[in-house]
Design a protein. Sequence first.
Length: 569
Amino acid sequence: MKVLQNSVLVGISLLSVYLFHRLRRHRRRYANLPQLHSSLLLGHLKVLNDVVSNGDKDRHIDIVFSEICETLGNVPMFILDLYPVAPVLCVVCSHDIAEQVTKASKAFPYSIPNAPTIRAFEDLFGPRSIITAEGEEWKSLRKRFNPGFASRHLVRLLPCIIDKTRRFVDILEHYTTTGEEFKMHDLCTNLTFDIIGTVAMDIDLCAQLGRCDQNEIIRLFRDLVSTYRGRSDNGGIWINPWTTRYRKRLVRTLDVLIKNTIQRTYAEKTEQSGAGCKPDSESGSILSLSLRDIDELTPDILDQVCDQLKTFLFAGHETTSVLLQWALYELSRTPRAMNIVRRELDEIFGPNSSPENVHEMLLSEQGDRLLSRMSYISAVIKEILRLYPPSGTARYCEPGSGFTIKLPGGDDLCLDGMVLYNCETIIQRDERVFGETRNTFMPERWLGNTDTRIQTNEDPSLESGSKGSDGQIPLSAWRPFERGPRNCIGQELANIEARVILASVVRQYDFVKVGLGEIKLNESGEPVVNPTGQYEVKSTLYNTLEVTAKPVDGTRMKVQLATKELKRS
């Protein structure tokens, strides 16, 4: 027995020595890269927790990364060594490196694959989602659904967008009468859910009505999204089996409803073809366009299309909702910008500021042209997406793949085996690009290039006419929809929605922030304008993380009928 005990002790000792040397070898491998002080045993786990704890604990992780980047001297990239709990994370802080991560290359013709961490949201998007698909499968999906997101097609859907916006206006009108406080997040999210439901599937989700009157699809989808809130672990089955089982049950029911919609749409298409009717290739929902070349709706295609619709439901409502919340907030506290927006809309739509007038003119034959004239509003949208990007992108190269980047100094660095996170919040506030106004809402910096679509060329040459910054702005420094082959398929829908909705409400209403971000008043009860031309605030509104970035308090607001000009001093 004693011999056995001694053998066990020797074995444990040898294993401990082996693990120690393996851990030390791992830490040394990354020792020369920019990083916080690392512990041999814990890596950066403890120091990361210390940084998170030294501030608002519910702030978005991008804000934490921004603080770390500043502490390290605004480096172009840094690592967080979380081994053995998680892979090493490389946080990309430079647009030059971010461009290398997302562009197509000989080794990665469709860009570097997404990180495996995205699989944590598989129940939300589905296992066949365009977000998680790679290689030829991703290419095929993108080709199938691109026509539904083309600008020319989306403009034809303006009546759908305007119809849902009318409900939104009615709700705002109610709050001007009651004076009640409300969460702008709820109003904007309900609106964008309604729009994506109609645009993607040609169904009315009734998201802006009470829960009892809502379509069952939206009720189930909301319940599914809610299971991801307030969790950093994403509810893996080994952590919370009850949540996982609940999600699976929701997904099964939701999939049945969405597949019924797909089958109904396909049956209508087949019936039209049988009657000799040639479907209009540029009309209909995104779903109907995706089915136009399908000869047989196989179970595999049905599963695939179902997962894309769930993806569009989530991504199609979230980005625009958060964009609208931040736009209305920043305009409400930036009198210069709000006054310019209102004057621009007066020039486009005339002095009648009613939403009905705006809608009537947008529904006319000149609607597309009117949208294209909203130069300053497009600059507002572009600036909001710069300051408050919806999310970054995480990519991963398998060890041995040989992926190497070139650092600003000219040195090469191999990033195999790391999760590569393009932190848009840092990249789009880089002082070397945006100067001293990097943290300031300044739409004027984009006048001369207000195109809110990600340009697909790979040339990172400089843009001209970018007022408000200390230099010209590289194309690759603005990437809220990401760049490269895998840029966001729905970016143009978000841009059109935002222009229509902002044009409908910003002249008719004044929005007043309540709570975080509330405007500070002087002794006379007037707002105080700071040197940047914005109203001073009592506290700072910031983003939190609920799958994507969004204002932490739901953007609490009140609304009232608008005054002609906001006070600027």
